[in-house]
Design a binder for this molecule. Structure first.
Ligand SMILES: [Zn+2]
Length: 314
């Protein structure tokens, strides 16, 4: 092989590395933001919507995200401008990734943010006269209350079922019924009235411990399913934001499946590595994790129901 051939081969090989991804260089310790930014970059519909935005008609953060995504497509990118836009003055203070995920979506244009937006309807029914009132709310993520148990694995599937379980209001919690003109027992049912394209679940690991009278982080193991069902839609897992460590001194990273090559990558601030062992081993329909915090599922358009579709949907 002559010198020219070797050079061409080398060039070809370096071009192949385009399928790999780059890290983020940030001022201070903003891993909570880096993880979320990488998820947004790796969400095809979001990246495309940001690419389409025009400076003159775009929301406050769209041009900054477009610049960041352009940089990130080529090499390691800096987040300084986004950190500034989000009003982060102390870049060394640990913050909540879920809070910043929501902040970015609120500052993004409608085209981009609607990808993550869903709607719930809470139906309150008087048990006496069956009079019903509806209350609709939009959501970016569904918060699931994680049960603190050192010995049992928390099931995300069950957690979602609990979220949509009927609630009964009675005793001190009775509601005033206009029709009966008095306080009555009532049932509250929650239903999805708009399925988001990307369904995000928040595992509430940070919570108030009433016995110890302080905030704690729950370290329990969770069972994360590969596929979920919401209303009549099927969703496949494509990203996890992890939080390791404790309440005050932890670290966020993300594991994301590339829509470009189907491989999983681990994003840890400025380092990105391909995940060598498959997240879902042979035949496994779920994975166990004691650090999963945010889960992102993509809606899948399926014509014919598979065997998983026989399971309960909400
Ligand atoms: Zn009534």
């Amino acid at each position: 092989m002559n010198h020219g051939h070797v050079e061409r081969l080398r060039e070809k090989l370096s071009n192949l590395a385009i399928s790999d991804y780059h890290g983020l260089r940030s001022p201070g310790l903003t891993c909570y933001l880096n993880s979320v930014l990488q998820v947004l970059f790796m969400t095809e519909e979001f990246r495309e919507a940001i690419k389409r935005c025009h400076d003159e008609d775009s929301a406050p953060i769209d041009p900054l995200l477009r610049k960041l995504f352009d940089d990130l497509a080529k090499s390691r990118a800096k987040t300084d401008n986004i950190v500034k836009k989000l009003g982060i003055t102390d870049a060394y203070k640990q913050r909540d990734a879920a809070e910043y995920f929501e902040k970015i979506l609120r500052l993004s244009g409608t085209e981009a943010s609607k990808i993550f937006k869903g709607e719930l309807n809470h139906k309150t029914t008087c048990v006496k006269c069956k009079d019903r009132s509806d209350s609709r709310t939009l959501f970016w993520f569904l918060p699931l209350i994680v049960k603190d148990s050192r010995h049992q694995t928390y099931s995300v599937k069950n957690g979602l079922a609990v979220f949509f379980k009927q609630e009964k209001l009675c005793g001190n919690n009775k509601i005033y019924c206009k029709h009966c003109d008095k306080k009555q027992d009532a049932d509250i049912d929650c239903e999805v009235t708009l399925e988001p394209n990307i369904l995000t679940l928040l595992l509430k690991r940070f919570c108030f411990d009433s016995k110890r009278r302080c905030y704690v982080k729950l370290l329990c193991q969770v069972d994360v399913p590969k596929t979920l069902h919401l209303a009549s839609c099927r969703y496949d897992l494509y990203a996890l934001v992890h939080h390791s460590g404790n309440l005050t001194g932890g670290h966020y990273t993300a594991e994301i499946k590339s829509f470009e090559n189907g491989e999983w990558y681990h994003f840890n601030d400025d380092i990105v590595e391909r995940v060598k062992n498959p997240l879902f081993g042979a035949g496994n329909s779920s994975l166990k994790s004691s650090s999963a915090y945010l889960l992102m599922y993509r809606k899948v358009n399926t014509e014919k129901p598979d065997e998983a579709d026989q399971e309960t949907a909400f």
